[in-house]
Structures are given as structure tokens and as C-alpha cells.
Design a protein around this ligand. Sequence first.
Ligand code: MN
Length: 250
Amino acid sequence: MPPAEAGGAGAQTLFISDLHLSPAAPAVTRRFGEFLAGPARAAAALYILGDLFDYWAGDDDLDDPFNARIAAALAEFAAAGVAVHFLPGNRDFLVGPGFAAATGLTLLAEPCVRAIAGTPVLLLHGDTLCTDDADYQAFRAQVRAPAWRAAFLARPLAERKALIAELRARSESEKQVKPAAIMDANAGAVAAALRVHGVATLIHGHTHRQGSHAHDVDGRACRRWVLGDWGADRASVLACGPDGWHFLAT
Ligand code: MN
């Protein structure tokens, strides 16, 4: 059985992703702070499945006042007794051991299978499922190569931030012309992931399309939970507890 949370009887495990925290969106930051200070306190564990930050230039950017504030809130939350796990997304894949040490969270690497309420569950950010977007997958393969990562992190922080801003501007303009369908999870990729890992439950974010989907994989009934993004007026929190799986009313 894969690793599981200890947690008290009745405690929930919570899943969030795609908050895209940045100084440009103070309402979301406030909402996240309220979430950590409020309902999440009673959880046994919190899983953050990527894109917590709108971008992460490297752990040496923890001195930035905004980043320091988020890290402090997470550290305080983890110290209060909730096991926090972080699986990086496409925006914050440069989060590393420095961030983990500053916050007290555990870094997870994709693909990751964890026992949640006694059931093995596959956790992904979700971008690897968007296989119809060939250009993105080529870009992803490039930037996730260990040599690229090491070379990028060796550059001065200011230079990294400038490059990231440039990449984001390009990605935003490309998104305007990409059909919405190619930016969603590919059904074949979903089935393949469920098959390879031999699990019946998958949780991911990235597509910002909160939902719950049934998949038949070789005659096995599987369930895919998709976490939504957060905004000034909304949060997306999936909970697993004694009463089963559901999105919290937020
Ligand atoms: Mn993403």
C-alpha cells in the first residue's frame, strides 16, 4: 500500500490546485489565508497539486516579501499539525527543497500514488494529460530536463524573472488562438494513466475545469476528480472524509 496519512478519525484530506498566487491578485491571496486559518485546520492532510504560485523563479526568491508571506502562512499551518504535500505544476515546477524546508511541506514528484482513506489514488498536476497540445508537451519535455533546470537555476534571479515574464506573455497570446479542446485532458491519456498505475481514482488540476468524471478502463469503473482554479469569488477544494468524496462549498 502506498504511504498514507495518520490523521484522527473523521479528519478529512483536502486537495487544491491552480491558485496562481501573485501580488497582482490580492483577493485570492486573502482567500487562501482564510482557508489556511479556517476550515483547513481540521484536516489531516492538505495536498496542493501545483500552480499554487503564478510563477516560481527558484527557491532563492523566498526573500521576496510576497513569497515570504505565503511561505510563512504555510509554515504556520504545517506547524499546527496538518501534513502538507506539494506536487509542483507547470507554473511552479521550480519549487524545490528550499521551499519545502521553509514551509515544512513535503515535495511530491509526478506521477504520485498515495493511499487516501485506504484507497490508492493517482495525483497529477494535469498538464501531462493534455497530450493534444503537442507544442506544449515539447516545451514541457525541454524545461523538465534536469540539465535545463540546473542551467536555468544557475542564471541570476533577475534574469530568470525576465525570461519567465517573456515566456508567460508568449503563452498567453498562444492560448488565445488554441482551440479550447486541445487544452483539456485527453481521454486516452487519462485511461493510460489509470491503467499504468492500476488505480481507480485520479485527481488533477491544471485545466481549471472543476468536475467529477466516470471513466471505464478495461471494464474497471474509475473516477477522475478535476480541481478548479481559484478566483476572487471562488475556491475549489476537494475533500475526502468518512462521508466520501465531495467538493467543499466555498
Ligand atoms: Mn497548470
